[in-house]
Ligand binder design. Structure first.
Ligand code: SAM
Ligand code: DTB
Ligand code: SF4
Length: 346
């Protein structure tokens, strides 16, 4: 399959029809799109750190960091630049190419953004790509972060517009779209996706992906999270999603946003290795790597290394828009951009 033109005019019916394809047909189509745009054996590695944990005033029904739910997460202040840099250094040594910093804010104060901007510059100086997720931003705040060297801003739409008010009541869908617009305006790349397994219908899963694909630009990174059910949150006890429906969601995301990195995000610890393998076949090409997400667990590093070996996957390092392969950490072969282990410099 050759690379197709990017579309921003998907109808709900078209997206629902993709979900409804026979499973093997859907995976074949998604994998064909994947191969036309990406090395099918390369997976980008991001490490996540919570730089300001808990005590959030929002009421997101899935989130252990909302102050109003009794989840056992202790509210903490913004951590020091030294601690972040030490964790970023360790992440780089462990093989991560991107370091993502998350803060449990509804929207940061200007003085918070100044502090985070200093942290971003220090992490960037280590040679890592930087990503931050701090809540809603003004245009000026986005500009401050851009100038500090931030590469990506993560701000998820989380679900379909029509399901949003069943999950979150303290802000509107439009607020999320507005922040994404500010972020794009200053030239930051967007990392934007959502959560599945929150009790939404298939039509609503299609609605999330339709909205993401119809944004003015496809988000460069699309994190697809499976709800991590945390006791004390309103969504704890929601009926779990059929794993094959999760794989379908990844496949449809790949078809709709062919050039984006589709990240198999939260929920991997609860996911069977075989399901993860299907997700990589269906077009997922990015993961969070490291034992913790923000407050919940992620697979052990050793487990992920073994999974990469079993599936012959290698870590992708992105250097100045040119994809190269990270060879030293995850015990992979050097691969030229021709996609083969032939030792060529292509
Ligand atoms: N406070 C900021 C915000 O909401 O944009 C940034 C941090 S927030 C924790 C980042 C994202 O984590 C959320 O948008 C949501 O998609 C994801 N998330 C939070 N709790 C989750 C859970 N229990 N399971 C899966 N994803 C979750
Ligand atoms: C995203 O889409 N998933 C990450 C990251 N962006 C910030 C967060 C997942 C959080 C899972 C729950 C927790 O660990 O607190
Ligand atoms: Fe706060 Fe973000 Fe959690 Fe919502 S998802 S409660 S905004 S930390």
């Amino acid at each position: 399959m050759t690379a197709a033109a990017l579309r921003h005019d998907w109808t709900r019916d078209e997206v629902v029809a993709l979900f409804a394809l026979p499973f093997n047909e859907l995976l074949h189509r998604a994998h064909s799109v994947h191969r036309a745009h990406h090395d099918p054996n390369a997976v980008q590695i991001s490490t996540l750190l919570s730089i300001k944990t808990g005590g959030c005033p929002e009421d997101c029904g899935y989130c252990p960091q909302a102050a109003r739910y009794h989840t056992g997460v202790k509210a903490e202040k913004l951590i020091s630049m030294e601690s972040v840099v030490a964790r970023a250094q360790a992440a780089k040594q462990a093989g991560a190419s991107r370091f993502c910093m998350g803060a449990a804010w509804r929207s940061p104060k200007d003085r918070d953004v100044v502090q985070v901007a200093e942290i971003v510059s220090a992490v960037k100086a280590l040679g890592l790509e930087t990503c931050a997720t701090l809540g809603m931003l003004s245009g000026e705040q986005a500009q401050t972060l851009k100038q500090a060297g931030l590469d990506y801003y993560n701000h998820n739409l989380d679900t379909a517009p029509e399901f949003y008010d069943q999950v979150i009541h303290t802000r509107q869908y439009q607020d999320r779209l507005d922040t994404l617009e500010q972020v794009r305006q200053v030239g930051l790349k967007t990392c934007c996706g959502g959560i599945v397994g929150m009790g939404e219908t298939r039509d609503q899963r299609a609605g999330l992906l339709q909205t993401l694909a119809n944004l003015p630009e496809h988000p460069q990174s699309v994190p697809i999270n499976q709800l991590v059910q945390v006791p004390g949150t309103p969504l704890h006890g929601t009926q779990a999603l059929d794993p094959f429906e999760f794989v379908r969601t990844i496949a449809v995301a790949r078809i709709l946003m062919p050039q984006s990195m589709v990240r198999l995000s939260a929920g991997r610890q609860q996911m069977d290795d075989a399901v993860q393998a299907l997700c990589f076949f269906a077009g997922a090409n990015s993961i969070f790597y490291g034992e913790k997400l923000l407050t919940t667990g992620n697979p052990d590093v050793e487990h992920d290394r073994a999974l990469f070996r079993r599936l012959d996957l290698h870590a992708l390092e992105v250097v100045e828009e040119i994809d190269t392969v990270h060879t030293d950490i995850l015990e992979t072969e050097a691969v030229g951009s021709c996609g083969q282990s032939c030792g060529c410099a292509a």
